[in-house]
Design a protein around this ligand. Structure first.
Ligand code: NDP
Ligand code: OXD
Length: 315
């Protein structure tokens, strides 16, 4: 970039909201030229990229790129680009808004599973009086895989609802109201106590396909799962088999290997599966844009960025 040009930010977002995002970021960052991905301007001006699922090889055209911002908490959609320029820092987008939305989603669906709401609703459609006594929350353990920003917030919220809460992460954690387990060695003990398993892991080589038959077998018979992490955490055929055998009683899924979920996918009409369309915590452009602009200013000023992801760890 020559010194007379203004630095540019390029935005890649494959939705009709892209123009809105561009205008919003331009308003928040008046000293930086914000562009949409299909502009014909010189890619060499681009110092910053703000992206959600950029196509393979797309980022490498920006030869002066200094920092990539993920429109979301996960960075797997960036790291899966095998031509991604090495070394460039990647910043996630988090914030109170994203955390609150996930807290609502996980509490809602844990309570639905706990109170057997799906069966009550099915009984209503059959005019059947389904008034079984169910245990109180303190007799039910919700186990959360992944104790980062989102997992920790959900653990605290579930504990305040009265659930017995367990959590599992790579490193040892201490969360009020939750029993914490760490690493592969403690995974079996964590699973053995878990009635409702919530996946809030990032997608990395170590966590891909982690929700599989071998894991389901370690849960108490009739346990339920909520997957709000990534679709590739789940081995789909293993889930169908576990629901069929009764090893699992229900699955609530927000994320899928293929999104949107194809029309003919067996999950859509499965009686023991609840499908939500990747909305557990959809980033709100208003507050998400503010988080990105604040992190970009920190980056430019050389200040610490809490949301800086580790490319080595993959999250
Ligand atoms: P963080 O990076 O803050 O936390 C990740 C957690 O996962 C950490 O506790 C980490 O352990 C743990 N972890 C990572 N790898 C392993 C492993 N191999 N074994 C055990 N634990 C592991 O992530 P967030 O909480 O912000 O987000 C989590 C994920 O949620 C995102 O990556 C994204 O995929 C998903 N998400 C989904 C949304 C939706 O709408 N469905 C919305 C937003 C996010 P440690 O603490 O030891 O580092
Ligand atoms: C995210 C997501 O990673 O929406 O933020 O899935």
């Amino acid at each position: 970039m020559d010194s007379t040009q203004s630095p540019a930010l390029v935005l890649y977002l494959n939705t009709e909201r892209a123009q809105w995002w561009k205008d919003h970021l331009q308003h928040l960052l008046p000293d930086i030229e914000c562009r949409l991905r299909d502009t014909n301007d010189n890619p060499a001006d681009v110092l910053y990229a703000v992206v959600w699922r950029p196509p393979e090889g797309w980022l490498k055209q920006f030869v002066n790129l200094r920092c990539i911002f993920s429109i979301g908490a996960g960075i797997d959609h960036i790291l899966e680009d095998r031509e991604l320029p090495p070394e460039i820092p990647i910043v996630r987008t988090t914030g109170a808004d994203l955390t609150q939305r996930m807290r609502e989603y996980v509490c809602l669906h844990a309570l639905r599973l706990h109170r057997r709401s799906m069966e009550t609703e099915a009984a209503q459609r059959e005019r059947r009086w389904f008034n079984q006594i169910i245990p109180v929350a303190s007799e039910r353990t919700v186990g959360i895989m992944g104790l980062g920003n989102l997992g920790t917030a959900c653990a605290t919220a579930l504990a305040s609802l009265g659930f017995n809460v367990a959590g599992w992460a790579r490193s040892a954690r201490n969360i009020d109201g939750a029993s914490c387990y760490a690493g592969d060695a403690e995974l079996p003990a964590f699973l053995a106590t878990t009635d409702i398993l919530v996946c809030l892991l990032p997608l990395t080589p170590a966590t891909e396909s982690i929700l599989c038959s071998a894991l389901f077998r370690q849960l108490p018979t009739g346990a339920a799962i909520i997957n709000a992490g990534r679709g590739a955490h789940l081995v789909e055929e293993d889930l169908l088999a576990a629901l069929e055998s009764g090893q699992l009683s229900h699955a609530t899924l927000d994320v899928f290997r293929q999104e949107p979920l194809p029309d003919n996918h067996p999950f859509w009409l499965h009686k023991k599966i609840t499908v939500t369309p990747h909305v557990a915590s959809m980033i709100d452009p208003e507050s998400g844009g503010k988080e990105i602009a604040a992190n970009l200013k920190r980056f430019i000023n050389g200040e610490q960025i809490d949301d800086l992801a580790s490319r080595e760890d993959g999250y």
